[in-house]
Design a protein around this ligand. Structure first.
Ligand code: UDP
Ligand code: MG
Length: 324
């Protein structure tokens, strides 16, 4: 049983990374209010907001004025979803935190099941997508490849088809906060933190309104951040590829020598073969430097030790809502 203080309703922080979602702010908070009405928990929403050119900030302020349990943490510039999540967790003060997207692709109604599992003793409860509506075939196939790669080579055991929609016990939030890594790949960090984990299957809805705020290249960036900092395999692969190439070159060299000894040293087709191998070798080196670069750039970013984010202002009303 995870209810921390007997007789006092636990407080759940709902962390929402948000950018340009004016039309989704109220529907999200209203659905959350309905969900929490029946849960016997106190709750508050922490909007981790990238400064949005649309009316997102105004809509959130309006909800605060109306007395909804909402806090707005506004960053000084757009830092993107992964870091917004970490910043949102930094601002949690409850007994557990739920992370959910603003566009209602993650159904708030699932929070009920998450809280039940948490009360049973699971400290991490992750929603696992059984279907994803409204995504293109190409996007889905890329996601499949990403999860396959994660499963094969990541040190962090990230369950397949899981996004950031999850509940984390306060203890896990505390530990996750100690990972000050600027890629902000929460799925990997949570997996590294460990703790008893449960999965809850769900069908992912299409976005309620508007278009995705994360373009395909942005998603590729997040995917690379999900793999490179959590796996040595690409580096090892470079070494193995190099080794395999050396062996191949040796075999070809011996073959060439045997051939020349047997037929004399006139025809030059083998020379062409060697040229081909050389071209292949150059490609291999460039690819390996590319992989190396992915690690070097991340080492460089971490070594600069810049602040992960800058909060411009925090806006809050009367705090959490609910029984107790
Ligand atoms: N988001 C954000 N900053 C950004 C881009 C997106 O905070 O720079 C938020 C967005 O408002 C949403 C969540 O991150 O709540 C997921 O974004 P989106 O729905 O666009 O991504 P997708 O579901 O297509 O992966
Ligand atoms: Mg979305």
């Amino acid at each position: 049983m995870n209810d921390p203080v007997p007789g006092r309703a636990p407080l759940i922080d709902v962390v929402v990374p948000i950018y340009n979602e004016a039309e989704n702010v109220r529907p999200l908070v209203e659905r959350l209010a309905t969900v929490f009405q029946s849960l016997g928990c106190r709750w508050e929403v922490v909007f981790a907001m990238d400064p949005s050119p649309d009316a997102t900030g105004d809509r959130i302020a309006q909800l605060i004025d109306e007395g909804y349990p909402v806090r707005l943490v506004r960053f000084s510039r757009r830092i993107g979803k992964p870091l917004s999540l970490l910043a949102g967790l930094d601002h949690c003060r409850g007994d557990a935190a739920v992370i959910i997207d603003a566009d209602l692709q993650d159904p708030p109604e699932l929070i009920g099941a998450m809280v039940s599992m948490w009360r049973e003793g699971y400290q991490v409860v992750i929603a696992q997508r059984t279907s994803r509506k409204g995504e293109s075939f190409f996007y889905l196939k890329s996601a499949e490849l990403f999860y396959w790669l994660l499963e094969k080579i990541s040190e962090a055991k990230v369950p397949r088809n899981t996004g950031d929609f999850r509940l984390l016990d306060a203890r896990v939030v505390k530990e996750v906060r100690r990972f000050r890594e600027r890629h902000g790949f929460l799925r990997g960090i949570t997996a590294l933190a460990g703790f008893p984990t449960a999965l809850i299957p769900f069908d992912r809805d299409p976005r309620r309104t508007g278009r995705t705020q994360i373009p395909f290249l942005g998603a590729v960036n997040i995917a690379l951040d999900g793999i490179i900092p959590f796996s040595r395999v690409p580096l090892r692969l470079m070494f193995l590829l190099g080794l395999a190439y050396v062996v191949l070159a040796k075999v070809c060299g011996i073959g060439w020598l045997v051939f020349r000894l047997a037929t004399g040293f006139t025809p030059n087709w083998l020379l062409e073969l060697l040229c081909l191998l050389l071209v292949g070798f150059a490609g291999l080196i460039v690819a390996c430097i590319g992989i190396l670069g992915e690690y070097v750039v991340r080492t460089y970013e971490e070594s600069r030790d810049r602040p992960l984010y800058i909060v411009e202002k925090v806006l809050e009303g009367r705090g959490c809502k609910g029984p107790g």
